[in-house]
Design a protein around this ligand. Structure first.
Ligand code: GBH
Length: 451
């Protein structure tokens, strides 16, 4: 009798990875010439971040990356998504180049290579140089010009070490949440018009990132955006609810993915925002709509949608006791993986999708006898991988999955309290302890099956 396994294997070309970001793990916030970032400033502004936690030390990855990559390799994790800290490269955003910043990442990539780990590099994961914020930040085209130069610099510098590029991480988080709601750095509350303009500038930077890789990335370099698109799940998998959910999806994602795909702002988006539409200069959309090689999706949760009485979509509110992780926004709805990837492929015609983040944050996870028994995270991972597997079986061109996060880290305004890692970080001793979920993931990667 052949042994029964739960799932058929993931396809041979499907890759499993882990993710993190510079500001959240590196520490060394003012070392080797690094400039101040908006998060360095924001975290020191009273009342903005849980417990006033700063990024000064974080996981001290800056000094411990070799040890971290050895641990990654020992667990069989061969793909790692990281980001480059813009203020290490250009401490003031533009102006003088900091060679020590480039040297740090050369050392880091050399260590990854030594340990057989492939880098997937995000150019911008929210740590904007404070000097640019002082000159308008994402509301200003000064930031676009500065980013273009930064992108050119890092792609030229690392073309020999990096083949997989991601331009921006989650546009709406550093635009809408940062300049509209004010919950993320720099914590501003601007008008709809200004916020729409920040989206436009972020899209332009994405375009410059693509351009830079085409010009300087060398043979075999690939590039795409990572978006945290608005995700929905049809309440019932009937043609009516699926059609309603798809209409919701198209509307909610019109200003980022819709615009990139169409090469202009979609008419229904422009009709909705009216006089608050962003100002667009000639040539902007030539950059924004440059063809990309892949699309990264950060998927954590989703909104349930059904067909309304008149046939259009209708969101269904979650009951108060709907299950969630300790992050209040993180309602656990594994089908988000299936529907986000399927709709992204269907609506925008992408041929290579990656889940560039998926994971869950919980607070209390003590190390007991050398173990962290995070069964909630193991279940989360398993249930979301099942939906990824299902998407692939249904023909969705999903090519990889990066788990957020390799290690507990600085969870932005939630500070160090909220732990997303599959490796535990003791913030007193900086000791690393792989959790049960890390060992589970290692077995999945090794067998290429959901165990
Ligand atoms: C990602 O953001 C980030 O890329 C990563 O750095 C982060 O650590 C990780 O996920 C875990 O949070 O204010 O009610 O609109 C996650 C996506 C979307 C989560 C917006 C917080 C705010 C909810 N984020 N959400 S609300």
């Amino acid at each position: 009798m052949t042994a029964l396994t739960y799932s058929s294997p993931f396809p041979d070309d499907f890759l499993f990875g882990v993710a993190a970001a510079s500001a959240q793990i590196e520490g060394a916030a003012f070392v080797d010439g690094k400039g101040e970032s908006i998060w360095d400033r924001f975290s020191r502004t009273p009342g903005k971040v849980h417990d006033g936690d700063t990024l000064d030390i974080a996981c001290d990855h800056y000094n411990r990356f070799d040890e971290d990559f050895a641990l990654m390799a020992s667990l069989g994790y061969k793909h790692y998504r990281l980001s480059i800290a813009w203020p290490r490269i250009y401490p003031n955003g533009d102006g003088e180049l900091n060679q020590a910043g480039l040297d740090f990442y050369h050392r880091l990539f050399a260590s990854m290579k030594k340990h057989g780990i492939e880098p997937w590099v995000t150019m911008f994961h929210w740590d904007l140089p404070q000097s640019l914020e002082d000159r308008g930040g994402w509301t200003s085209r000064v930031t676009v010009d500065a980013f273009a130069r930064y992108a050119d610099t890092i792609v030229k510098a690392f073309a020999g070490e990096v083949k997989h590029w991601i331009t921006m991480n989650e546009i709406r988080c550093f635009t809408l949440l940062a300049y509209g709601y004010g919950t993320k750095a720099p914590g501003r509350k601007e008008s709809h018009k200004v916020v729409n303009q920040t989206f436009h500038h972020a899209l332009l930077c994405h375009g410059h990132g693509v351009r830079a890789v085409r010009e300087f990335g060398g043979a075999g370099a690939v590039v795409g955006l990572t978006d945290n698109l608005d995700v929905c799940i049809p309440v019932t998998e009937t043609p009516e609810d699926i059609a309603a959910a798809k209409a919701w999806f198209l509307e909610k994602n019109a200003h980022v993915l819709g615009a990139m795909h169409a090469g202009r702002y979609p008419a229904d988006y422009l009709a909705r925002v009216g006089a608050d539409a962003p100002e667009v200069q000639p040539g902007d959309f030539d950059l924004i709509s440059l063809p990309t090689d892949h699309l990264g999706l950060n998927i954590y949760t989703g909104t349930y949608v059904r067909a309304g009485k008149a046939g259009e979509w209708e969101p269904v509110a979650l009951p108060a006791n709907y299950p969630k992780a300790d992050s209040p926004w993180l309602h656990i709805a594994p089908q988000c993986i299936y529907w986000a990837t399927r709709f992204a492929a269907e609506c925008y015609g992408h041929t290579a999708l990656y889940i560039t983040e998926n994971g869950c944050g919980y607070n209390d996870e003590p190390v007991v006898n050398g173990e962290v028994l995070d069964l909630h995270r193991r279940d989360f991972l398993r249930n979301h991988l099942r939906e990824a597997h299902r998407a692939i079986s249904d023909g969705v061109p999903l090519k990889g999955y990066f788990l957020w996060s390799f290690i507990d880290n600085y969870e932005w305004e939630d500070g160090y309290q909220r732990r997303f890692g599959i490796v535990h970080c003791d913030y007193e001793t900086l000791a690393r302890t792989p959790k049960l979920s890390a060992r589970y993931y290692a077995q999945v990667i090794k067998t290429r099956r959901i165990l």
